[in-house]
Design a protein around this ligand. Structure first.
Ligand code: GLU
Length: 217
């Protein structure tokens, strides 16, 4: 089992995500990536096959970002590659998702909701982020409602951390049968597979239960 780290707060996020992922290296992984949103609302995606040390080489530390999500992947669907590394983005670029676990009905989801979507990789996760974007076609829905509608149709194990580029002040999380915790700070929140990833930031953690969705601001 690989790992997730997410952060929303006041500090430069790149180092928080990378050092958090390094603390989760013991869980094993074949690729890694981070996604950060800068103060102007622009998004930046960095992914690498192999070690986090190699990911560090491609990350731009000068981007002034205080929110982001990071992931170490242990491939279940699709070979280890940059295209299959997380975070994954919806085709329209609006949603960015990291996922630990296995989506059991990914083929059915693809056939039902994404007949016309050209996927860039082979993961079950890329299907989920595009299913989220599918529900966003209904302009009347808020991000919370969109995520909730998507979670209703997804079957399997997951720890998810999600960013909607239309709302760069919010980080979303959900879990079912894969570990995920919320860490609470004074001017920040974190989400992590294991408290060890962010223990230097806070020692206050809240368990997310299976079937729960969390909004971090
Ligand atoms: N099933 C997803 C994939 O193959 C996530 C694997 C993981 O838990 O890292 O990309």
């Amino acid at each position: 089992m690989c790992g997730i780290v997410g952060y929303i707060g006041q500090s430069a996020v790149q180092e928080i995500l990378l050092s958090g992922l390094e603390k989760l290296e013991y869980r094993g992984y074949d690729s890694a990536g981070i996604f950060v949103v800068d103060k102007m609302g622009n998004s930046h995606l960095f992914r690498e096959k192999g070690r986090i040390a190699e990911l560090r080489e491609v990350v731009d530390f000068d981007v002034p970002a205080q929110m982001g999500i990071g992931h170490t992947r242990w491939a279940t669907h699709g070979v280890p590659s940059i295209a299959n590394a997380h975070p994954h983005q919806s085709q329209d670029g609006r949603f960015t998702l990291v996922h630990n676990g296995v989506i059991e009905n990914f083929q059915e989801l693809k056939a039902t909701y994404l007949p016309d979507v050209a996927l860039t990789g082979n993961t079950d996760t890329e299907i989920v982020v595009n299913v989220i974007a599918h529900f966003a076609k209904n302009d009347a829905l808020t991000t919370k409602e969109i995520f909730r509608e998507a979670l209703k149709v997804v079957k399997g194990s997951y720890a998810f951390a999600l960013i909607d580029s239309k709302d760069p002040e919010t980080l979303w999380a959900a879990k079912n049968k894969s570990p995920l915790l919320i860490g609470v700070g004074t001017d920040f929140h974190v989400v992590a597979s294991d408290a060890m990833a962010t223990i230097q930031l806070t020692d206050q953690y809240v368990e997310i239960h299976d079937g729960e969705m969390v909004q971090l601001t």
